[in-house]
Design a protein around this ligand. Structure first.
Ligand code: ADP
Length: 489
């Protein structure tokens, strides 16, 4: 059976107090008894002295002054006088122990004989029987014992008083036990409440919940509660830090494996893309070896080899740029770039290509200065505008606008081309990704332009987003920090 601490401690405390009361009451009762005896003895000794004095006076008044004669003739009267003076029941004995006077209504003791024998030997003696005390003291004349006087003392009143006090102590003991038990129970209830709370807090910590509040106490239990609270807070922080570290580590591992994956794919793509023009060049060289006199073949081979070489050259250039951008932190020389002028210059260099496809150009170029590296902005625009030409429809159009908005220079390039399928729009910035391999190849592209442009823009605090792409065409938006804006600072 499980007995709670508060019950055990309360009972122990109450028992301790009861024991204290019992010990104290025993001492007090013993004191009372002793005091009562001393008082009775003193009182009766006083009475005996008075009896002796009175006997002496009475004998002196007698003509023959012989005690035996006096007792024989006036013993009974003397006894009565003595009773009257002392207020006690008196008995008188002569020197031989013969009764001289006996109160008829006085109590009689069977065992008084032995006590009387003592008293006849010049000794004071008494006998207690129930509530009766028989006090016997020698009667002397000079140094000679002439008899014995016996006083009867009723102890009933003393006993009543003693028992009343004892009863009182019993009540006090019971009251103390009950009261102290109740008070202790309430006190230990509060105390054990705190212990239960601590126990619950520890259980919660064990189950992995570290939300604990301290105890509103200013004692050792309060300190223990605060200690547990701080400990659980510390465990919580340590676990959180560990989780965060683990999360970071996981992210790093994921990133590394993704990078590794990307790198493998990149190398695979590079190999593949490089192989195609090289295979074509090799094939034409073989054909030229086989038919050295075929003039037409020679002409076609020259054109194709020149095209493939150009494509290879551009690809090498882009791959090198891209891997350099991935690997190293470039310090771009940021300067005030006149965006309108840069756009116009790029458009100028692409004019021939646009004319070739019969494309119409619309521009809406506001004055705007960007905080950027002029050369890299040119590369970005070149790639986007090149795509707008390459993937346009014949006799289509290209619309280019630029304006300064909210601390940024925003350039929008819209074409009326073939558009990009919604399902792959999230892939177009990946290196070597092309929607249609053949079409890209025909146009000399290998899926590196957008990846390179995005990298260049982002490295200078800029961005490229695909605004819209559907059957009507595609719109890209390029944003750079405006010169003197907060972003540029
Ligand atoms: P590429 O050198 O092949 O043009 P890019 O990285 O520039 O490579 O573009 C990736 C792919 O995104 C292209 O192969 C093409 O399918 C698609 N794309 C890019 N720009 C446009 C555009 N303006 N209109 C339609 N498709 C586009």
């Amino acid at each position: 059976m499980r007995i709670s601490i508060k019950l055990k401690t309360s009972a122990f405390l109450a028992a301790l107090l009861l024991l204290t009361v019992v010990v104290l009451s025993l001492l007090v009762l013993q004191g009372i008894q002793k005091n009562q005896r001393v008082q009775v003895e003193q009182y009766l000794a006083q009475q005996a002295a008075t009896a002796n004095t009175y006997l002496y006076q009475s004998l002196t008044a007698e003509p023959n002054k012989v005690p035996e004669t006096f007792f024989a003739s006036k013993g009974a009267e003397f006894g009565k006088q003595l009773e009257w003076i002392s207020g006690q029941t008196v008995e008188l004995y002569d020197a031989d122990g013969k009764a001289i006077y006996k109160n008829k209504s006085g109590a009689v003791s069977e065992g008084i004989g032995q006590t009387l024998t003592y008293a006849l030997q010049q000794k004071t003696a008494y006998l207690v029987e129930g509530d009766s005390l028989y006090y016997l003291s020698p009667l002397n004349v000079g140094n000679e014992q002439v008899g014995v006087v016996q006083f009867y003392y009723d102890l009933a009143a003393n006993d009543v008083f003693y028992h009343q006090i004892r009863q009182l102590f019993v009540y006090i003991g019971a009251g103390t036990f009950l009261l102290s038990f109740i008070l202790a129970y309430f006190y230990f209830n509060a105390l054990s409440g705190s212990i239960i709370k601590l126990n619950q807090a520890v259980n919660r910590i064990r189950e992995g919940s570290y939300e604990t509040a301290g105890l509103a106490r200013k004692d050792e239990l309060g300190e223990l509660g605060e200690g547990i609270r701080m400990m659980s807070e510390r465990i919580r922080r340590t676990i959180r830090d560990k989780d965060e570290e683990q999360e970071k580590l996981k992210l790093a591992v994921d990133k590394l494996s993704k990078l590794d994956q990307q790198q493998k794919q990149f190398i695979g793509n590079v190999t593949h893309e490089f192989k195609t023009p090289l295979t074509s060049i090799k094939a034409y060289l073989d054909l030229m070896d086989m038919y050295p006199d075929d003039e037409e073949l020679l002409q076609t081979a020259k054109t194709n080899i020149a095209g493939d070489t150009q494509r290879l050259y551009e690809m090498v250039e882009k791959v090198l740029q891209l891997s350099a951008l991935e690997k190293y932190d470039f310090e771009f020389s940021k300067e005030k770039v006149d965006v309108r002028q840069t756009i116009e210059s790029v458009l100028g260099s692409l004019q021939g290509k646009m004319d070739k496809f019969g494309l119409r150009l619309e521009t809406n170029l506001a004055e705007a200065s960007a905080d950027a590296d002029g050369d890299s902005l040119t590369i970005v625009l070149m790639n986007l505008l090149d795509n707008a030409i390459k993937y346009n429809k014949t006799k289509g159009s290209i619309r280019v606008s630029c304006a300064e908005r909210g601390g940024q220079v925003v350039i929008e390039i819209a074409d009326t081309g073939i558009g990009i399928p919604q399902a792959v729009v999230h892939k177009i910035f990946e290196p070597f990704y092309t929607v249609d391999k053949n079409r890209s190849r025909e146009n000399g592209g290998a899926g590196l332009g957008l990846a390179l442009a995005k990298k260049y823009a982002e490295m200078q605090g800029g961005s490229i987003v695909l605004l819209r792409s559907d059957a009507e065409g595609t719109t890209f938006s390029v944003a750079y920090p405006a010169w003197g804006s907060r972003e540029s600072a």
